[in-house]
Write a protein that binds this ligand. Structure first.
Ligand SMILES: Nc1ncnc2c1ncn2[C@@H]1O[C@H](COP(=O)(O)OP(=O)(O)OP(=O)(O)O)[C@@H](O)[C@H]1O
Ligand SMILES: [Mg+2]
Length: 273
C-alpha cells in the first residue's frame, strides 16, 4: 500500500518484496523501499515495526527470506556486513561501536588502517581524518583526543565520518539523535544535509517527527512489518504521520486527499492502485 508518487532521483538503492521471519514473528512482509542519490529517506514506525530489521537486511547482518535488492542498477545479494561495505553501503548503528580509549584517527580507520610499507601511515590517516571531518563541516577540536573526551554529538560525528571512509553511495543512520540535546541534534541534522549535498542516499531512522520533518525529503512508514504509507515530507503534517504510524486512520490516502482538497492545495499524490 504505497501512497505517494514521488519523483525519485536516480535510484541508488531499491528493495522490493522483502520478507524476513524470526521463528513465529514475521518481522517484514513484502516490504519495498527506494532511495535516490542525494535524497534523505526517513524510515519511521512504532517499536517493533521492522525498521532495524530492514536496515540489517540492507547491511548484510540478516539474510532476507525473499525479495530483491538492487544497488547502483545491479541486482545484489548482501552476504554479510563486509559485503555491504565493499559495495558502498555504510551503516551507523545506534550504539556507534566506537572505542572510547582510542583517538579519533584510530577509530576512523579501525580495521582498515592505511599502511606505508611495513608501517602504519599515521600522517596520511590524520590528514584524511581532517579531510573527512571538513567535508562534514564537523566541529571536532582535535583528532588526537580519545573518544571518551568527546560529547555525544561529537561521537555521532566521528561515527558518521567513519562510515564515509570507504566512499559509500548509501549511508544508513539508526536513531542518530536519540541521545542528544537540542544543539547537538541540530549539528547532526546538519551532517545529514552535508551527506545529501555530497550526493549520497541517506536512510534515516528516527522516532523524532520534528527531526524527520526537518531533514528528510521523503518519509516511509512501516507498521507491523509492512509498508503502511509514504509521504513527500514537504506535503505532510505531524498528525498525518502519527496517524500512519499508529494506524489511527484506516485509510491515510483518503484522509490526505480530503485534507488537500479542503486546503485547495495542489498535491502530487496519485491514488493507490
Ligand atoms: N533477532 C531477532 N530474533 C527474533 N525476533 C526478532 C529479532 N529481531 C527482531 N525481531 C522481531 O521483529 C520485529 C521487528 O523488530 P525491529 O527491531 O526491526 O523493530 P523496530 O522497528 O526497529 O523497533 P524499535 O523502534 O523498537 O527499534 C519485532 O517483533 C521483533 O521482536
Ligand atoms: Mg529498531
Amino acid at each position: 500500500m504505497s501512497t505517494v508518487a514521488t519523483p525519485v532521483r536516480e535510484s541508488v538503492l531499491s528493495l522490493t518484496g522483502i520478507n524476513k521471519r524470526f521463528g513465529a514473528v514475521q518481522a517484514l512482509s513484502d516490504v519495498s523501499l527506494e532511495v535516490g542519490a542525494g535524497e534523505v529517506v526517513a524510515l519511521v514506525g512504532d517499536n517493533g515495526a521492522g525498521k532495524s530489521t530492514l536496515v540489517k537486511v540492507i547491511a548484510g547482518v540478516y539474510q532476507p527470506d525473499g525479495g530483491e535488492i538492487t544497488f547502483a542498477g545491479r541486482r545484489i545479494s548482501v552476504g554479510g556486513p563486509s559485503d555491504a561495505q565493499a559495495l558502498g553501503i555504510a551503516t551507523v548503528f545506534q550504539d556507534l561501536a566506537l572505542c572510547d580509549n582510542l583517538d579519533v584517527v584510530a577509530n576512523l580507520f579501525l580495521g582498515q588502517e592505511w599502511r606505508r610499507g611495513a608501517f602504519i601511515d599515521e600522517v596520511g590517516m590524520e590528514k584524511e581524518a581532517w579531510r573527512l571531518l571538513r567535508t562534514l563541516s564537523a566541529k571536532i577540536p582535535s583528532v588526537r583526543i580519545p573518544i571518551a573526551g568527546l560529547s555525544g554529538g561529537q561521537r555521532q560525528t566521528v561515527a558518521i565520518a567513519r562510515s564515509l571512509v570507504g566512499n559509500p553511495q548509501v549511508v544508513m543512520l539508526d536513531e542518530p539523535t536519540a541521545a542528544l540535546g537540542v544543539a547537538q541534534t541540530a549539528e547532526v541534522l546538519n551532517l545529514v544535509e552535508r551527506l545529501r549535498d555530497q550526493g549520497l542516499g541517506v536512510i534515516l531512522i528516527s522516532h523524532n517527527m520534528a527531526d524527520v520533518q526537518a531533514v528528510s525529503d521523503r518519509i516511509v512508514v512501516l507498521r507491523l512489518g509492512r509498508n503502511a504509507a509514504e509521504f513527500v515530507t514537504s506535503q505532510t503534517s505531524t498528525s498525518e504521520l502519527v496517524a500512519a504510524i499508529t494506524g489511527a486512520s484506516d485509510n491515510v490516502v483518503t484522509a490526505r486527499a480530503q485534507k488537500s482538497a479542503q486546503q485547495g492545495a495542489h498535491s502530487k499524490e496519485t491514488p493507490d492502485e
